[in-house]
Ligand binder design. Structure first.
Ligand SMILES: Cc1cc2nc3c(=O)[nH]c(=O)nc-3n(C[C@H](O)[C@H](O)[C@H](O)COP(=O)(O)O)c2cc1C
Length: 170
């Protein structure tokens, strides 16, 4: 699969087959995550890998939009550590976005399905996640990534919109 193919085939997958994701695949996802660019190379992230079904069910309950967590094989919760950005503060959302997209594209290449459930910047969701995962002070649960072998195959979509492009000036 080329990068271009991966970019266009990536879709949100919310239904998963009853097949565990191998530890080696999870390692590849985390390696892809940590290869992401970040402002000043601060890499303001940590990761919580959740496989325990009871904990996955608890994560599913934090919002009506994260119910698929109860049925995925593994969830990765990327957490931001804003204090690691002392020399260039404020960039952690961009850094984490690039990092999560790396995970998603790597998952696509491996034949895994994933959906990104947004947590940051919704304080209530951040607090619920922090409570469930016992994150320390100063660590921001940034997203909930539900991952498994796919049980659905949404078609690639072309979202190119020529009229969104401005040349030289708006
Ligand atoms: C920041 C962010 C937060 C999202 N939160 C959720 C969510 O809470 N639940 C969900 O089912 N999908 C969520 N999604 C997935 C989007 O709904 C999805 O990416 C979008 O509809 C486009 O579809 P596609 O991913 O299949 O291309 C989120 C995506 C992003 C980037």
């Amino acid at each position: 699969m080329t990068v271009r193919e991966g970019i266009h085939q990536r879709r949100s997958i919310r239904r998963y087959a009853d097949r565990p994701v191998e530890e080696e695949q999870i390692d590849l996802l985390l390696e892809a995550a940590m290869a992401a660019p970040s402002a000043c190379d601060c890499r303001p992230w940590e990761f919580i890998v959740v496989r325990d079904p009871a904990r996955l069910a608890a994560l599913a309950g934090i919002s009506p939009y994260s119910q698929m967590a109860a049925h995925c094989s593994v969830a990765i919760v990327p957490c931001a550590v804003p204090e690691r950005q002392a020399i260039c503060p404020g960039f952690f959302p961009q850094d984490c976005g690039a990092m999560i997209q790396n995970i998603w594209l790597q998952a696509t290449e491996l034949g895994l399905g994933m959906v990104w459930c947004g947590i940051h910047p919704i304080k209530e969701l951040e607090e619920r996640m922090a409570g469930l995962l016992e994150t320390p002070e100063g660590v921001v649960p940034f997203a909930l990534l539900c991952i498994g072998y796919p049980a659905e195959q949404p078609a690639p979509r072309n979202r190119f919109e020529q009229d969104r492009i401005h040349r030289e000036q708006w």
